[in-house]
Design a protein. Structure first.
Length: 388
């Protein structure tokens, strides 16, 4: 029996990077002594008012069909929050509520490009990006940001990557895994290229609430008919399992995304939307809490890993991840990941899953408790020094 060639496009090239993470999860469930620093699931609870609202709505019978694009009050609240962050005037009609930022990215890729088109993405990039951006049949063109340049985007390389077939530029700011935030100057240059070549700009801002002040520079107000902004509550409110995300863009795009969501989702649970509305309305306090949590854990891990021979840490501007350069250990990122786990029970993620330029790195999540980070630092030091 045959399958559609779609199944090959959605497999993804970074699947092997997760094998250690899955093994560590299984070991943890068996009660084994492992430390999981390989996934961005913050070790902090969803705010209590959000839980209370979900439980109350569920208990009241909020289990029926909902509008495909999301309830109007929620879309209005997201629009207001977006306008406060970016300065772009938007309405509920510019918003669609979807099952997380990953779902929003998937919808954008399908609505903005197709077979024969090209889309540009900045490396390093999250491992789901290649499959998500090529699911439409478009070809993803990678533009690298080099470690030696602090993972800043190479604007000359971006310009040279644009061809008559280019339809969109995708990027995450803050970046996962580097934590780099695109500057006003970098965005202005990207915006000028987008104007000149009539390109869509898709900004994945799922970590924006973790940036200093809870916001990042944006092109949304400067290019309202070309910029698509993606975000969610997963990181800012410690709600990854709630699958609560959205897409903000021109109304015509939202109409197309709604037609796609009609086929895929047919609306999302009402009690989840009520919880999301509570979360968006109380965003400032929740984001401050997790922003402070991540900043303190980042500094703690940097101190725990300081002066270990053979590794160098790249301090992120924002987010919950740190790239650790392990090239001087004599191991690739993949081999370091595997051997560290087998030797010390510490799970990290191979940097090669994010692009060629980070193949000698591993990604470490620091959004967990200090005791785990302290012990992880001890084990990583023991592993590296033991090899030397």
């Amino acid at each position: 029996m045959k399958f559609s060639n779609l199944v090959e496009r959605i497999t993804g090239a970074g699947a092997d990077a997760w094998e250690i993470h899955y093994a560590a999860q299984a070991a943890q469930e068996r009660g084994e002594d492992v430390i999981i620093l390989s996934v961005g699931d913050p070790d902090i609870d969803t705010p209590q008012p959000v839980l209370d609202r979900a439980i109350a709505a569920l208990s009241a019978g909020d289990t029926h069909y909902t509008p495909v694009a999301g309830r109007d009050l929620l879309r209005q609240a997201i629009a207001r929050a977006h306008q406060e962050r970016t300065g772009q005037p938007v309405q509920a009609a510019n918003v669609i509520f979807l099952a997380g930022a990953q779902n929003a990215l998937f919808a954008a890729s399908l609505c903005l490009a197709g077979p024969g088109d090209e889309v540009i993405a900045f490396e390093p990039l999250y491992p789901t990006y290649p499959a998500t951006l090529e699911v439409s049949g478009a070809h993803m063109v990678r533009v690298p940001a080099q470690a030696a340049a602090g993972f800043r985007i190479d604007l000359a390389a971006l310009e040279s990557a644009i061809t008559p077939r280019t339809r969109a530029v995708f990027f995450a700011t803050p970046n996962n895994p580097s934590g780099a935030i695109l500057s006003e100057a970098e965005l202005a240059a990207i915006g000028e290229l987008a104007r000149r070549h009539a390109l869509w700009v898709v900004a994945d801002e799922v970590y924006a609430g973790l940036a200093p002040g809870g916001r990042v520079p944006s092109l949304a107000a400067a290019l309202p008919e070309q910029v698509v902004t993606i975000s969610s509550l997963s990181k800012t409110h410690a709600m990854p399992g709630w699958r609560a995300g959205w897409l903000v863009g021109p109304q015509r795009l939202i109409a197309h995304a709604e037609a796609l969501a009609m086929c895929m989702l047919y609306g999302l649970p009402g009690f989840i939307q009520e919880a999301a509305l509570t979360a968006v309305r109380g965003a400032s306090a929740a984001e401050s809490r997790i922003r402070e949590f991540c900043a303190s854990r980042r500094d703690f891990l940097l101190a725990a890993l300081a002066e270990i021979p053979g590794i160098r840490c790249h301090a992120p501007q924002a987010g919950m991840f740190m790239l650790m350069d392990v090239r001087d250990s004599g191991l690739s990122g993949y081999d370091f990941m595997c051997e560290l786990y087998r030797s010390e029970g510490v799970s990290v993620l191979d940097g090669g899953a994010f692009g060629h330029g980070t193949s000698g790195f591993v990604r470490v999540c620091f959004a967990t408790n200090e005791a785990a980070l302290r012990e992880a630092g001890i084990r990583i030091r023991r592993f590296v020094e033991g090899r030397r």
